[in-house]
Each structure stands twice: as C-alpha cells, then as structure tokens.
Design a protein around this ligand. Sequence first.
Ligand code: AHR
Length: 498
Amino acid sequence: MHFAALTVDPAFRVGEVDPRLYGSFVEHLGRCVYDGIHEPGHAEADEHGFRRDVAALTRELGVPIVRYPGGNFVSGYHWEDGIGPVAERPTRIDLAWRSIEPNHVGVDEFQRWAGSVGAESMMAVNLGTRGIDAARNLVEYCNHPSGTYWSDRRRANGAAEPHGIKVWCLGNEMDGPWQIGHKTALEYGRLAAEAGKAMRLVDPSIELVACGSSGRGMPTFGSWEATVLGETYDVADYVSLHAYYQERDGDRGSFLASAVDMDAFIEAVIATADHVRAAGRHRKRINLSFDEWNVWYQSDFAGEENLPIQRTPRLIEDVYSVTDAVVVGNLLISLLKHADRVRIGCQAQLVNVIGLIMTEPGGPAWRQSSYHPFALTSRHGRGTVLRTEPTGPTYETAVHGEVPVLDAVAVHGDEGVVLFAVNRDQERELTLDVDARSLPELAVAEHVTLADDDPDAVNTAAAPDRVAPRRLDPPKVDGGRVQAVLPPLSWNMIRLTR
Ligand code: AHR
C-alpha cells in the first residue's frame, strides 16, 4: 500500500483566493467565438445570436472573468472594426491565425455576453501593429461615461452605461517571434509603459497587466520580465504568465507532474518581480496574472504559417482524456498554492479551441473531461488557501526529476475545508491520512473523484458524459483524523463540513 499524509490547519495561511483565479479566455480563433459562443440561426441562439446552451454551460462552469479578444489575434486587431451596425463592419484577414474575420462580434457584443454568463471582461489592447492612441481610445469607448467622441459612439451603439472594464492586458506575448509586431523587451517595455500611462489617465481605476514571457522555455525568460518590469513597474499591477503542457513520447509520468513545472515557473516570476521591486526601491508588489494555461497538444498543430486562409476553421480542437483532466485539476492546485501572488488565472480557452466546452454547428454543446475539475474547483475552492505540507512517496521523471506522487492544497471557506488532491501514480491507490484536528467541528466528509479504468477515455458529442466525476464512499472522520483512498491516476475533492 502507498501512504501519504498532510495537515489541515487554519494557521498555515497562504492567502485569500481571488475569484478571478478561475477565469477563462475567449479569442477570435477558430471556432471559439463564431460557431462557439455565437451562432445565429442555431436553435439555441438568443436574439443577439449567442448560444443559450453554451452560456448555460459557462455559467455552470463558474468563470468570473474572461479574457478577450486575444491572444495572438489582438496584435493585428482594429477594435473599431467591431463596433456599430454589424452589416457595415469590414471583413478582414486575421494574420495571427490566417482566418477571415467578419467582425460580427466586437467589444459591445462580447461585453453583453460576458454579463449574461456572470463574468467580467478582461480586455487586451493591440500593442503589436498599434499603440497608445488605439489603446486609450478603447478605454474611453468602454469606460468613459459620456460627452466625448468615443464614449458617445458607444452610447450611439446602444450601450448607454459604461462597460466599466477593470482589467486590461498591455498586448499579448510580445516576446514571441510569431507575434505580429514582436518586440524586444526594451521596445515593448517602453511602449507598454506609455500606453498604460495614457489608458490610466482616461480611467484611473483600471488595472494593467504587462506581458511576461509566453513560456518558461523562452530564451529570454527571466531577463524579459526584469527588463519589462523595469520599464513598467509604476504603471503595471500584474505581469502575465502563459504555459501549455502535453504528454510527449508516451512519457505519462512526466506529463502528470506538469504542475511541478508550473510551480517553478510561478516562483521564478515572483522572484524576478521582487528583485525589480528591491532594486527600484518600490513599495508596491507586482502580482501575477496566469492568463493562459491548459493542456494543449501543440505538436499536433501544423503552425499558422501553413494554414490556408479560411472562415471559421476548426483549429486546435483538442479532445481531452481523463489523464488530461487530472493534469488540468493539478494545474489549478498549483495556482491555488500561490494564491497570495497569482490573483488572476485564465484557462485557455473556453469553447472548442483547446476548450472546456465543445460545440457542433447546428448541434449540441457538451463538457470536455477537463471541464469537471475546473467547475468543481471554481465552485468549492473559495476562501483562504492553506498549506498542507504533504509527505509521501515520490517517483522519478525524465522531465522534472524526482516528484511527489501526491499534490494537494486546502481551501478554508464558509462551509468548512475543501482539499484538492491528485494521485499521480498510474497503477496504485494512495491512502491519504488527513490531520484536521485543529478543526474538530468538521465531522462530515465527502469524496468526489475523477478517475477511470481507461485513462484515455474522452467525452464526445455521441457520449458527452462518458467521463464525469463520481462520488466515492464518504471517508470516516475520527477525532479530526480522516483517511481517504485516492484511486490511481486521479483528481480528488474531499470536503470536510460540519
Ligand atoms: O491560446 C492560443 C494561443 O496561445 C494564443 O493566441 C497565444 O497568446 C498563445 O500562444
């Protein structure tokens, strides 16, 4: 038998969960917007063309913030193309994904949709092909009440009240050579600082995210963050992180430990941001916005340069297995473990494109396997994060070295304590001893798991509920001690309540 142990104690406080940790991302890419959230003519479409079934799944998922409109897309985007009467909007070539962009959905439509699913918008501005003027005009369009050129254009377009968009991304992945308008750290840092300054002069209440590296493996990682924050420290509130993981060469053990890499990435960015703080004698701290993360089988993607220019292409529609869902659940554990500094997270992306939700045009919408750990963590992982100091077995991986079999975090909320835990062992159950004696009033336990005899099982339109969480026999609580058995290769939620 495999044994592990951990302690749940309200004294081991990490920080409060910012609900925006459970954000998602909608980009004008493939079928995320068109034939994803928006499909006029579909039996479920509302009067604005948005699918009610997709909106209902999004509400159930629980995403308090959604990043928009990109991604790489934003670096060539003219936001003005997406406002006003739809019939008069131009059709353009989107260079990021070599797609035809009809501009049927723009900032006003997206804002209305986000409100309908209980989310706030997190808006990115184009610092690839454009700059300070386009960015500050967009803030004026969205957030200024009235009586100016852009705010009155918004009002004329049907939005009498300001959209009040709080969080703004200063461009996207500007370190990436694939990015339209790719820049050096210094070029980007100066532009971001000046654009951010002007945007904040329009609306002093906004929060700004400076672009960090598009991955920990980028050759400029570390020095990029240091240079960019050196230029933007006064104006920025957050620095961004992006990470995508996949199983490579059949090495499932390494893939299951992807969160070890995410932990290291987060801790390296915190160290860099705090170095810039110390060197610049700054008082405030820069927090982290992990505004793109997921499992993505990038090696299956041919690359945008090889795509024909098409309208609404099926791009990057990965179908996720039980194993992928366990990794997604573990990545959420990593974000929670760093909740004191990671304040915003955006799973990428919401629908069809590496999506939690899949749709068929004219057909159904369904939950991918990875939808489930996300929805349960978002619903129950609210409150104060507690360190759990797990002990237990380890295993050797080719990519990350020796890693723990168990990864876990606890969240102390109104109803009690919720433990999120992953068993990375592919063959063996893990018996987990939980010491919760500091919370003797919590006497009832519930154990929900995502695990399957077939770790490659997936959900499809024909079998949309093939992979779903199931409730195990409730673990016994004995004088504040709980013992739970985690199935092999599983994500688990153990709730201790009164
Ligand atoms: O999420 C897909 C793409 O991944 C985004 O457009 C880009 O920012 C990242 O490289």
